[in-house]
Design a binder for this molecule. Sequence first.
Ligand code: IPM
Ligand code: MN
Length: 356
Amino acid sequence: MNFNITVLPGDGIGPEIIEQAIKVIKAIGENFNHEFKLSYGMVGATAIDKCGNPYPEETHQLCLEADAILFGAIGDPKYDNNPKAKVRPEQGLLEMRKRLGLFANIRPLVCYPSLIEKSPLKKEIIEGVDFVCLRELTGGIYFGKPQGRSKDGKTAFDTCVYSVDEIIRIMKLGFEMAGKRKKKLTLVDKANVLESSRLWREVAQEMSKDYPDIQLEHMFVDNAAMQIIQWPKQFDVMVTENMFGDILSDESSVISGSLGILPSASVGDQHSLFEPIHGSYPQAAGKNIANPVATILSAALMLEYALSLNTEAALINEAVENSIKEGVVSEELSGDGKSFGTKEIGSWITNYIKKH
Ligand code: IPM
Ligand code: MN
């Protein structure tokens, strides 16, 4: 079959990790007789440098035309330390999410047996962990208006806004996802303080009548932050608003041993984008030390969710699991052992695919 993929390498380590995922996709294409037509677009600080806009119109067009979007990373320290910067790379990512309607961010968390020793958490706590963090991605305090400063500049404000419709569409995905898994949905919020959280609860409870086989549970976000570390096995699907999801999914990544192996999918009704959870890791850019696994697994998620190529995705997952088992890992995971470079890990996984 033929597929159009828009590839957005972005900033920092983005281009080098994307390159590895592309090697993998090409190998899948050869093995299974698919043609992946790749179109590259600019995004982030790289795009600001070239044309002053972190999400140029051409890039948006490429995204609209694609069957799926594969994204590297965004961000540059020259903006992080300058709160007065007029344009920021992150605006590109937020604008892209909003304009493409990518309202749900799916972040699967599993404990790989071969990495169990790498997690700072105890083996008994994380063994067998398998849950999904489902984060609302186009609403809440990230996008709410008003946002800004008072006239005298002495006060700043952000607003958390959610509509019933926004809550319904993400909760629906949560109920459906839980239905295909262990049938438990945990809504994380701060309903003891925030009105927007109370609306989430109200809507969720009303909807749960239509999903009698799903156990809906409520948890305050402060408690959830603790439970993720203390007893992560209790979770199946955790659904939450934009900023809580941002924070809790980073926290959850310690279960897997490294942020460098966690993929994510951002999906909407019409478009979908796949990206590693980690950022642009500028200190590592160009050094061939970054872990390409999160991006390679994001490509696997893309094949599965956007292109319905389940066998192909399973082969990528198998190749990655084997690479980890064989110790073909980057420095953050190798400990005292031998570490492998970005390209070498990409090639190992690609060769595994070619041979199977
Ligand atoms: C993420 C990132 C982004 C976010 C930043 C880069 C804007 O942290 O995808 O989790 O906060 O959503
Ligand atoms: Mn984040």
